[in-house]
Write a protein that binds this ligand. Structure first.
Ligand code: FAS
Ligand code: PHB
Length: 391
């Protein structure tokens, strides 16, 4: 098989890249190791920056989002039993975030690729990139016991943190930066009305909790948990009791509980791999970087990587110019590191660190007090949360 761009991974990054390239007349093949149903079963992000929404509309997958998504102009920070509103729209001159689940984004992209005859191979085994340091890169994979080869001009590694593309790069060519957090997030999805009309980020002595949502009838909640927690040890009732204990009284009283649709635990880590280009292979999304979900940046960073990569590949095929692919990695990393900083800061602000000293706990309380009482500090939070400019 031959194509212009071989894409590993049919998550948001891979699918969005394939769709954007198609609309520019550039063909691609997407190789995904899981089934379509498995990819759609993963419950992940929920908050989109305006840049991500704009890019989805450029990709002609914004129609259902426009109908169903919720626009939020603010969030709340809760600590010491009180709630403080951060008026992001007012502080940023009108910017808002869009609440629309990653599952829906992925479904819209899958449907669009299918409608346009996109070449998506699910349950592709042992996908492996080859010869990307030369000018004839290729991908191999196995499907239903049959070996296949895809000759391409470029490879996009959109295969997430545990994918093959980053692992295929000689370790001497890669520099990684990492911070692991001493806790995870236990997430629960349920068909109940959200407890509040905006997201509430709670700092509590028992641990962090987040009240978020997917729609006016579907809610998502997270509680900070130990890294060795097991989902099976947690009944729904145990989760609801723990969540309620971390919320301000008036919110806890309003909480509508119900049977979980999904429960999962995600570890928290900060990770960046530099650079993001190796000859004719490019890393994008979680394949290149991971942020703790506290700042709602993971999916949005994947989108900005794809904005830069789709523009760079289009320039190569349309004009032969390599300028944008040569600057791809540096351009992405400038934005990635600012999102890394914000995600680390939000995580440090809102979580209980088991080893933190009484002095550090007082610093955290002072930071919460400062960011909810100083317009300058609140503006800094707001402009990062709604999304910094792409360029
Ligand atoms: P993805 O991981 O989504 O997609 C990679 C795809 O590549 C997957 O479908 C995988 O099956 C496939 N793949 C992997 N290895 C392969 C191989 N060898 N061959 C072929 N295919 C392969 N972000 C937020 O903003 N907010 C959140 O609340 C949030 N919660 C998260 C919870 C969890 C448990 C995780 C893991 C991530 C969460 N994220 C969150 C971040 C998440 O949304 C990612 O940023 C987003 O999925 C990135 O998209 P991709 O880069 O496409 O990677
Ligand atoms: C979510 O809705 O899943 C979500 C929202 C905001 C975050 C993290 C997760 O910071």
């Amino acid at each position: 098989m031959r194509t212009q761009v071989g894409i590993i991974g049919a998550g948001p990054a891979g699918l969005l890249l394939s769709q954007l390239l198609h609309l520019k007349g550039i063909d691609s093949v997407v190789l995904e190791r899981q089934s379509r149903a498995y990819v759609l079963s993963r419950i992940r992000a929920g908050v989109l920056e305006q840049g991500t929404v704009d890019l989805l509309k450029t990709a002609q997958v914004g129609e259902r989002l426009d109908r169903e998504a919720l626009l939020h102009g603010g969030i709340e920070l809760a600590f010491n039993g009180k709630r403080r509103h951060i008026d992001m729209k007012g502080l940023t001159g009108g910017s808002v975030v869009t609440v629309y689940g990653q599952t829906e984004v992925t479904k819209d992209l899958m449907d669009a690729r299918n409608a346009l005859g996109g070449q998506l191979v699910y349950e592709a085994e042992d996908v492996t990139p080859h010869d990307f340091d030369g000018d004839k890169p290729r991908l191999t994979y196995r499907k239903d016991g049959i070996e296949h080869e895809v000759f391409c001009d470029y490879i996009a590694g959109c295969d997430g943190f545990h994918g093959i593309s980053r692992r295929s790069v000689p370790q001497t060519a890669l520099k990684t930066f990492e911070r692991a957090y001493p806790f995870g997030w236990f997430g629960l999805l349920c068909e109940t009305p959200p407890v509040h009309d905006e997201l509430i980020y709670n700092n509590h002595e028992r641990g962090f909790a987040l009240c978020t949502m997917r729609s006016p009838t579907r809610s998502r909640y997270y509680i900070q948990c130990a890294t060795d927690e097991n989902v099976d040890d947690w009944s729904d009732d145990r989760f609801w009791d723990e969540l309620r204990s971390r919320l301000p009284g008036d919110i806890a009283e309003r909480l509508v509980t119900g049977p979980s649709i999904e429960k999962s635990i995600a570890p928290l880590r900060s990770f960046v791999a530099e650079p993001m280009r190796f000859g004719r292979m490019f890393l994008a999304g979680d394949a290149a970087h991971i942020v703790p979900p506290t700042g709602a940046k993971g999916l949005n960073l994947a989108a900005s990587d794809i904005y830069f990569l789709s523009r760079a590949l289009t320039a190569v095929f349309e004009t032969g110019s390599n300028d944008l692919i040569d600057s791809y990695s540096a351009q992405c990393l400038r934005r990635i590191w600012k999102a890394q900083r914000f995600s680390w800061w939000m995580t440090s602000l809102l979580h209980r660190f088991p080893e933190s000293s009484p002095y550090e706990q007082r610093l955290q309380q002072a930071e919460l007090d400062y960011v909810t009482s100083s317009p300058a500090a609140a503006t800094a939070l707001a402009e990062n949360y709604v999304g910094l400019p792409y360029e």
